[in-house]
Design a binder for this molecule. Structure first.
Ligand code: NAD
Ligand code: USQ
Length: 394
């Protein structure tokens, strides 16, 4: 039943897989604040990958158990934690059987494109973790919580950059006199982005054969750090990646400006991508959970609010840095990736707005706030992690 429909406002039982990560942690807090009963599943593998890469979050994040204890102290609400891997089906099915979730929010994947391109082993690790993890989630819903709505994080990069408008998941096509509504063509740009395409196909098929309800959220690049809930106590701070493997474009540029490193625009900088603030990520997930897909429906939302070229982002960061008296400079590095320049990019994003999303747009004051937070921890930045080392080419 939908919490938003009920006078009593009973929260939903929601599993947040990947709840120790950049998107998952603030989402778990937001859902808990809204009165939902949250259970985090996480294997903590991202903390191990930090060790593998010698990297770190700029913000000092506490161990998960301590973060959750701090949340209980600050908010009075409990978040349940289960440490385990989605690849371990006995573990996953036991949690799903016990919790009986009404929504399963699935963030728990290897999400770095460069990490998936390091070598054969990292490509295989990424696709195995992501595809097998999602298959296990689908089977656990089928067998132990068939009414549960799957809310799965996909990515705008599944579509690539076609020379036509990007629809929300499906496109009406007329071909040789006949019409159909078909999945939008996919042209992803890394083995990671490909894993999301494979997930989408598997989920769509499971919805059809098992009557599962699913929402695939094709999310753009998330920027920012704080949400209303993480601001409530320094112990609740979110992670903030800046290294060349896990750091994403805008957040990286902000840290680079903060430490006086030239901003690393790859190639010409005309590559255009879709973006959203972490404050909107958490709201989009709640909107998806409280307005579920119908049984058997595979629903796709494009989860982003604005689009920019990387050059435009760099110019915005230079301007915001100037507000703080920082003289930031842009460097155009040889692009380690294989990607299009000067391409068409126009994607539809109306379905979450129709459900009530009020976007936080990328203003200079938003950039200045994130830059100020980043500046507080520049002593933790390891400069050697900033320049890209992973290449897409042979
Ligand atoms: P993250 O790496 O910060 O967090 C992922 C979390 O999942 C980590 O805590 C990790 O330990 C956990 N995890 C990974 N594999 C697991 C497994 N097999 N079992 C249990 N736990 C596991 O990533 P994020 O930035 O929070 O991204 C979350 C999701 O959102 C990913 O699916 C990603 O593809 C998607 N997404 C992220 C962005 C972005 O800009 N960050 C944009 C679009 C989509
Ligand atoms: N880029 C630069 N300089 C940098 C870093 C990146 O110019 O220092 C460029 C890249 O070449 C690319 C664009 O910025 O053209 C975006 O790169 P990114 O690293 O910010 O984002 P990406 O690799 O696409 O992956 C991130 C998340 C991933 C999510 C995806 C959403 O890591 O989990 O799925 O954003 S999307 O791009 O919409 O597919």
């Amino acid at each position: 039943q939908q919490a938003s429909d009920q006078g009593t406002k009973r929260g939903l039982r929601i599993i947040v897989a990947g709840g120790d990560g950049f998107c998952g942690w603030p989402t778990a807090l937001h859902l808990s604040k809204q009165g939902h009963e949250v259970t985090i599943i996480d294997s903590l593998v991202r903390r191990d990958i930090d060790d593998e890469l010698g990297s770190n979050s700029v913000t000092p994040i506490l161990p998960l158990e301590q973060r959750v204890a701090a949340w209980k102290e600050v908010s009075g609400s409990s978040i349940d934690v289960r440490i385990g891997d989605l690849g371990d089906y006995d573990f996953l099915s036991a949690v799903v059987t016990e919790v009986q979730p009404e929504a399963f929010v699935h963030f728990a994947e290897q999400r770095s494109a460069p990490y998936s391109m390091i070598d054969r082993e990292h490509a295989i690790y990424t696709q195995r973790t992501n595809v097998e993890g999602t298959l296990n989630v689908l089977w656990s819903i089928r067998d132990f919580a068939p009414e549960c709505h799957l809310v799965k994080l996909g990515t705008m990069g599944e579509y690539g950059q076609p020379n036509i408008d990007i629809e929300e998941g499906f496109i009406e096509i007329e071909h040789r006199g006949r019409k159909d509504r078909l999945p939008f063509p996919k042209q992803p740009g890394s083995f990671y982005h490909l894993s999301k395409v494979h997930d989408s196909d598997n989920i769509m098929f499971a919805c059809k054969i098992w009557n599962i309800a699913a929402t695939d959220l094709n999310q753009g690049i998330v920027y920012g750090l704080h949400t209303n809930e993480t601001r409530m106590d320094p112990r609740l701070v979110n992670r903030f990646d800046y290294d060349a493997v896990y750091g994403t474009a805008l957040n990286r540029f902000l840290i680079q400006a903060a430490v006086g490193h030239p901003l690393t625009v790859y190639g010409e900088g005309s590559q255009t991508r879709a973006y959203l603030n972490i404050e909107d990520t958490v709201r989009c997930i709640e909107l998806a959970c409280t307005n579920p897909a119908a049984p058997g429906e595979f629903r796709v939302f494009n989860q982003f609010t604005e689009s920019f070229s990387v050059e435009e982002l760099a110019v915005k960061v230079v301007s915001a840095a100037a507000q703080l008296g920082i003289d930031a400079r842009i460097d155009h590095l040889e692009n380690p990736r294989v990607e299009k320049y000067h391409h068409y990019f126009n994607a539809v994003n109306t379905r979450l707005i129709d459900l009530g999303l009020e976007p936080h747009l990328l203003t200079e004051s938003v950039l200045v706030e994130i830059l100020e937070s980043a500046r507080a921890h520049t002593d933790r930045v390891k400069n050697e992690l900033i320049l890209p080392g992973v290449t897409w080419r042979k």
